[in-house]
Ligand binder design. Structure first.
Ligand code: 8IG
Length: 270
């Protein structure tokens, strides 16, 4: 995306956001960032009360999220000896503002000192065994957005995009957790059954509209990435039911307690 010559670059803008975050939280650095997707806000509540909660629009480079169920605030809180930065809501590529705003939170978190990011989302599942409300670890991903957050000829290794170490930590806490390959579409429409058949053919297990571009930006910034997807519906044509955003939010609320205790157990060990 082209920008005016006097506009700050993406990384400079992230530095500005981190500086303002330090002022507003009175905290010199944060350790772990969490991005809470659709239906994940109740799980964020389970981490404990925010010491500071800031509307994202108070920080340079953020805009108010457009989607119901995406709160658009940032919390700072301590869990054990870790200082968490929790983003309630995210910017999606389908909002049409380009890639930079989609990954700005991750870049701001990196500039704020975070060494790891937990990216959560809600998704459609291709495996009929995943009933709505099933959490699945993201083992790898396929980017079908036809874009990248990386600007210029910077070649980022994505061999271990979603850190094996962090998936194994999650499985020590909950050995029943399944894993799968997450496929990011631009959206905002859901897929056709033919597209879901394509996803199955190329090795995908989960479909959604977020996370992969953020994970790439996080790797560029040197963060470890944990991805957890909450399957809230069967992908188009798998279950025979039409897809519905209200169903997504309901499944999130129902799974919140399990997700909250998983995160509370895993975060202190990251
Ligand atoms: I929740 O079935 C949720 N998000 N692309 N497809 C895509 N995104 C989703 C889906 C889905 N369910």
């Amino acid at each position: 995306m082209s920008t005016a010559p006097d506009e700050p670059g993406a990384h400079a803008l992230a530095e500005q956001a981190a500086a303002r975050l330090r002022e507003l939280t009175g905290t010199p650095r944060h350790d772990i960032a969490l991005v809470m997707g659709s239906g994940w806000v109740p799980a964020a509540d389970a981490l404990g009360p925010a010491e500071v909660e800031i509307p994202v629009t108070e920080l340079p480079g953020f805009s108010a999220p457009a989607v119901a169920g995406h709160a658009g605030t940032i919390r700072s809180l301590c869990l054990g000896d870790r200082r968490l930065l929790v983003f309630l809501g995210r910017t999606h590529l389908y909002e049409g503002r380009g890639v930079r705003p989609v990954v700005h939170g991750v870049r701001a978190a990196a500039a704020a000192g975070c060494r790891a990011v937990v990216l959560t989302n809600a998704s459609g599942g291709l495996d009929p065994a995943w009933s709505p409300g099933t959490p699945v670890l993201i083992a790898d991903s396929i980017n079908l957005t036809a874009t990248s957050p990386v600007e210029g000829a910077t070649f980022i290794d994505l061999t271990d995009l979603f850190a094996r170490r962090l998936r194994e930590l999650c499985r020590e806490v909950d050995p029943t957790l399944d894993e799968g390959v997450y496929v990011q579409f631009r959206g905002p429409h859901y897929e056709t059954p033919a597209e879901i058949a394509m996803v199955a053919a190329i090795g995908g297990h989960l479909v959604g509209m977020s996370t992969v571009l953020e994970a790439i930006a996080a790797r560029e910034a040197g963060l470890e990435v944990l991805g957890i997807s909450l399957v809230t519906n069967l992908a188009a044509g798998v279950g025979g039911e039409p897809l519905d955003h209200a169903e997504v939010l309901r499944a999130g609320r129902a799974a919140a307690a399990r997700m909250g205790s998983l995160l509370s157990a895993v975060l202190p060990r990251i």
